[in-house]
Write a protein that binds this ligand. Structure first.
Ligand SMILES: CCCCCCCC/C=C\CCCCCCCC(=O)OC[C@H](COP(=O)(O)O[C@@H]1[C@H](O)[C@H](OP(=O)(O)O)[C@@H](O)[C@H](O)[C@H]1O)OC(=O)CCCCCCC/C=C\CCCCCCCC
Ligand SMILES: Nc1ccn([C@@H]2O[C@H](COP(=O)(O)O)[C@@H](O)[C@H]2O)c(=O)n1
Ligand code: MG
Ligand code: MG
Length: 229
């Protein structure tokens, strides 16, 4: 949903910055790599210590690089299979660091085994949700569904809640409940999305098999029947 409705807005806002980086000779791959490094650092330095406000600020500064790199590649007319591969692969690494950071906090100072497990579930299910689409497309299916909670939703829900929960350390009472609520929402939403995508791939592969069987039957040489032989 966000990918559909917010992307156009962010493209307009980030295009001048992307053009500036191009003029400075920066490559899209450099932006992809530095952006991912910044997200990993923000997530793994701050979140395991319960520093959710500062961790989210650092991650937010870098996560938008994921929209800038593609924008730069398109402006330069240099969108490439390698760039698409690098972008998607490093998305998985960045997501692993964010939800891994939450899990480390709940396994340590946050001292909550259930929320640790929910964070690990968010991490794993998010990766599998993305994998279903990538694998489905690699076997030639359209995978014509995005589902309830795509990557942009997973990030926005988790990061907004983490940033606000972090205000607890600045004296805002009760607000720390937002992160657990967000993690449960992302976990359930990712499960629903996973089911939506698997059902779609199952339907599309059954349709493709039926079409292939029909094409094979149409192409098969007509066997003489007993009556004509
Ligand atoms: C006192 C206040 C404290 C608050 C602290 C600060 C709060 C700031 C919080 C959050 C900011 C969150 C920003 C998150 C931005 C996410 C941008 C992003 O990277 O989106 C990526 C997404 C997908 O890009 P790709 O096409 O490169 O990725 C594909 C995707 O990953 C596929 O995965 P799948 O979906 O299948 O699971 C893969 O299959 C594929 O391989 C891969 O290529 O990009 C978009 O979707 C574009 C839309 C981005 C929309 C961003 C909306 C940001 C909205 C609000 C942010 C501001 C909120 C501020 C709140 C402040 C609260 C007080
Ligand atoms: N280093 C890169 C990064 C991305 N691309 C291209 O952009 C597409 C992704 O666009 P986003 O707006 O989602 O970042 C990707 O599929 C590539 O075609 C690139 O070429 N090099
Ligand atoms: Mg990108
Ligand atoms: Mg990306």
């Amino acid at each position: 949903m966000l990918n559909k409705y917010a992307r156009a807005f962010f493209t307009r806002v980030l295009t001048p910055f992307a053009a500036f980086l191009i003029r400075r000779g920066v490559s899209p791959d450099t932006v992809t790599l530095l952006g991912t490094a910044g997200v990993i650092a923000g997530a793994l330095v701050f979140y395991p210590r319960g520093e959710f406000f500062w961790g989210t600020i650092v991650i937010t500064l870098f996560v938008f690089s994921d929209l800038v790199d593609g924008n730069m590649a398109r402006q330069m007319g240099r969108s490439s299979p390698w760039g698409a591969f690098l972008d998607s692969t490093l998305d998985r690494v960045a997501d692993g660091a964010i939800f891994g950071g939450f899990a480390l906090w709940y396994a340590g100072g946050g001292n909550d085994n259930v929320l640790c497990a929910v964070s690990i579930f968010c991490l794993a299910s998010g990766q599998v949700v993305s994998y279903t689409k990538a694998r489905g497309e690699s076997i030639g299916l359209p995978v014509a569904v995005n589902g309830l909670v795509e990557r942009a939703e997973r990030l926005v829900i988790s990061l907004v809640a983490a940033g606000l929960s972090g205000l607890h350390k600045f004296g805002v009472p009760g607000i720390e409940v937002l992160l657990p609520v967000a993690l449960w929402i992302v976990a359930v939403g990712s499960l629903v999305t996973l089911i939506q995508r698997v059902v779609t791939v199952r339907r599309e592969s059954a349709e493709a098999e039926a079409e292939a069987a029909k094409a094979a039957a149409d192409d098969a040489p007509q066997r003489p029947t007993e009556a004509t032989s």
